[in-house]
Ligand binder design. Structure first.
Ligand SMILES: Cc1cc2nc3c(=O)[nH]c(=O)nc-3n(C[C@H](O)[C@H](O)[C@H](O)COP(=O)(O)OP(=O)(O)OC[C@H]3O[C@@H](n4cnc5c(N)ncnc54)[C@H](O)[C@@H]3O)c2cc1C
Length: 504
């Protein structure tokens, strides 16, 4: 059933076995999964079906360090979105950020879970194998085709071996034709479900603990109209995205002065994103000419490929993981004329036309560090909650890694016959890179509470019934495109909770 906070009578206190907060990909996936398995679930969502600027304003933050990209209705970027959403990095609406995302699904690589000695605080307490079955089952359920077989197509194997010889590696991703929007995917099921009750317009503003101070008993919610509602449950899952998960833990400071799960002052720390540069181009070389069909962006759905320096090089030069995407730009009429007059005999053709160049998108991991963090500021939002201050900051290692990586990519791609970069006077640097709308790390997963906020099962340390489903638990986010791993972790948490709730 789907209802609204405004539908509840004064003093009514809905109760569920599992309370999920947030209806993005993480929250929608886990709440429907648990409801399908017989759990009585309440899903609380701040937003409503229609986008509402007043609700979206609850996401406003104050940037102390590097700011995020700005909303720009005239941006060439995100042209597929309505003007008021171009440049947005997270969305408060039923369905969350899935309402705007692009739909690229990418496995993390096995090495993404490993600690790398040259990157402080890197490494996950779980391994790729712990997520593999969940990646696989999601691939099947979401009809992604065979993400494991596709990279072994003859053409891809051939291209990969040529790039490997040049010290480069290749990875692949699945690009949906129509990006998954959770309301479209799960809306009907939610409406019809007897076990799942979605409450829209309900912003969770505080988690209330029992007397032992290690169990959450209730969530206090408010709506922008001033309505209040308290929801009770046995198990609680924050699926509010990385910023709001940390914020809600910090805002819940009436019983524990530092907030919940924050005994060691780690909530909100280690915030990372993927700094992104997307204004360069590549003048294509003969290798792209041979494999042009593998680089096209249309028609979708499709398997896309992207590049990076190989692991040996990253280790040798102590570099951060990164990825380079190439997007074809098709010839304009002047270029067509030149070609027809045979002034430019070198032609690259894919199934969509003649390519004149490729737009280069370069994205990098950042070093996880304590100082890059979100904290509660003093400014209040319209519900009277303290807004976040975001100090997105970097180390010299980040800067050095970007310049060395770009230098090596430039040489090696050229030597491999891929072509020449053209960055003009703006090669990638932290000054001209933007965020990638991939907030991660603010409640990182660790083996013990001295190093993180949640354990291997995404349970908040110091609590026995509070879990987090979000990229906020990523200790590092080396590979680009976090959402497949958010989904994999959510499915893993769903299964864990089924066992856990039977025992408890
Ligand atoms: C333009 C754009 C393109 C992107 N493209 C890609 C891509 O191609 N591939 C990829 O992997 N990633 C992509 N991303 C990132 C991707 O969208 C996110 O990783 C993913 O959607 C996060 O899902 P989530 O469920 O964790 O969080 P969200 O989708 O952000 O959901 C959080 C939900 O919680 C609700 N909420 C927040 N606070 C509260 C509260 N206190 N009480 C109640 N409800 C609350 C919000 O309203 C929201 O519905 C893109 C992002 C953007 C902005």
């Amino acid at each position: 059933m789907i209802s609204d906070i405004l539908d509840f009578r004064e003093g009514e206190k809905p109760k569920g076995e599992v309370i999920v907060i947030g209806s993005g990909i993480a929250g929608a996936e886990i709440s429907t999964f648990l409801a399908r398995h017989g759990k009585k679930v309440i899903l609380l969502e701040s937003g409503r079906e229609q986008f509402n600027p007043k609700i979206q304003a609850l996401n406003e933050v104050h940037f102390l360090g590097k700011p995020h990209r700005e909303m720009n209705p005239n941006s060439y970027y995100h042209q597929y979105l309505k003007p008021h959403l171009r440049g947005v990095s997270r969305v408060r609406q039923f369905g969350g950020t899935s309402n705007v995302w692009t739909g690229k699904w990418k496995f993390f690589q096995p090495s993404d879970f490993d600690g790398r000695e040259w990157i402080p605080d890197s490494g996950w307490p779980i391994e790729f194998e712990d997520l593999l079955e969940h990646y696989r089952s999601a691939t099947k359920d979401y009809h992604f085709g065979d993400l494991e077989e596709e990279p072994f197509r003859t053409e891809i194997v051939d291209l990969r071996s040529r790039l490997n010889k040049a010290g480069l590696k290749l990875s692949s991703f699945y690009w949906e034709d129509k990006p998954t929007r959770t309301v479209q995917r799960f809306g009907d099921e939610m409406q019809k479900s007897d076990n799942l009750h979605v409450i829209l317009g309900a912003t969770a503003v505080e988690l209330l603990l029992g007397n032992s101070l290690n169990s959450v008993k209730k969530v206090k919610c408010k709506s922008v109209e001033g309505k209040q509602l308290t929801v009770q449950g046995k198990h609680f899952i924050l699926a509010t995205g990385a910023f709001e998960a940390a914020r809600l833990l910090l805002l819940s400071d009436n019983q524990l002065p530092n907030g919940i799960g924050n005994e060691h002052d780690l909530v909100g720390r280690y915030y990372t994103d993927h700094p992104k540069h997307h204004t360069g181009t590549l003048k294509p070389g003969p290798l792209i000419q041979k494999f042009a069909k593998e680089f096209q962006y249309k028609p979708k759905p499709r398997f896309g490929i992207c590049f990076a320096l190989d692991d040996k090089t990253q280790s040798e030069y102590q570099l951060l993981e990164h990825v380079l995407y190439l997007k074809p730009v098709y010839e304009n009429w002047k270029e067509r004329l030149k070609r027809r007059l045979k002034l430019n005999p070198f032609t690259i053709k894919d199934q969509n036309g003649v390519v004149s160049k490729y737009r280069v998108k370069f994205v990098t991991e950042q070093v996880p560090q304590k100082e890059s963090r979100v904290t509660l500021g003093n400014e209040l939002d319209s519900l009277g909650q303290r807004k976040l201050e975001v100090n997105w900051c970097f180390t010299d290692q980040d800067r050095n890694s970007i310049s060395k990586t770009v230098e090596l990519l430039e040489t090696r791609l050229n030597e491999a016959g891929m072509g020449e970069f053209e960055f003009g006077d703006k090669p990638p640097s932290l000054e001209n890179m933007t965020d990638a709308a991939h907030q991660m790390g603010t409640t990182r997963m660790a083996d013990n509470p001295l190093n993180g906020v949640v354990d291997k099962n995404c349970k908040v340390f110091g609590t026995d019934n509070l879990f987090i489903a979000s990229s906020s638990v990523f200790p590092t986010g080396p590979s680009y495109s976090p959402t497949f791993t958010i989904l994999g972790l959510s499915r893993r948490l769903g299964e864990h909770l089924l066992k856990f709730t039977v025992q408890n």
